[in-house]
Design a protein. Structure first.
Length: 181
């Protein structure tokens, strides 16, 4: 069964909300809005998952993961000092971004070789993986900077532009190969 377009769009919107959450966490004035947009993204993705009519092969594992993650999140959020809350939110966003990327990958693995493997599926998988990975790495960088592990000034190194160019070209080539396949 092909994943409905509205479900794919909902997941994309959830991923964008996670990215907006990161942006909001960049300032104390917008941190509350950033936290709310991250929560909205998580809520949207969860509601769509359970009520979209998509057959969930591992429902018990999903429910257990949601319960365990919620308990860990609740306990951690209650124990962390208020001054360390931005770091905690950054870690939570990293988990959300990583989860979005993994969900996109597993969704694609479930449709490979079936009639549901379409151009739109490939495009949404690529967007989900790229946005999820950017959210993950951006959140980890934000955590590191807030925690003082990473200096506040930009982290640069010799050959960085070349490496970035190779990474972009490689990603685009792999995206084109996936979509054309």
């Amino acid at each position: 069964m092909m994943t409905p377009v509205w479900v794919q769009l909902s997941y994309l919107i959830a991923a964008v909300l996670f990215i907006l959450s990161l942006k909001g966490l960049s300032s104390p004035k917008t941190a509350r809005l950033g936290t709310l947009s991250g929560a909205a993204g998580a809520l949207l993705a969860t509601i769509v998952l359970f009520f979209s009519g998509i057959k969930l092969n591992n429902l018990i594992i999903i429910v257990i993961a949601v319960v365990v993650g919620s308990v860990i999140g609740l306990v951690t959020a209650r124990q962390v000092k208020m001054t360390a809350m931005p770091q905690l939110v950054s870690l939570f966003n990293a988990v959300g971004g990583g989860a979005a990327a993994l969900i996109a990958i597993f969704d694609y693995l479930n449709v490979v070789g079936t009639p549901a493997e379409t151009l739109s599926t490939s495009v949404f998988v690529v967007l989900g993986v790229v946005i999820g990975c950017i959210t993950f790495t951006g959140s980890i960088m934000a955590f590191g900077k807030l925690q003082g592990f990473i200096p506040g000034k930009p982290v640069t190194f010799r050959g960085q532009n070349l490496l970035n160019g190779v990474a972009i070209v490689s990603t685009l080539a792999l995206v084109v190969a996936l979509v054309l396949q």
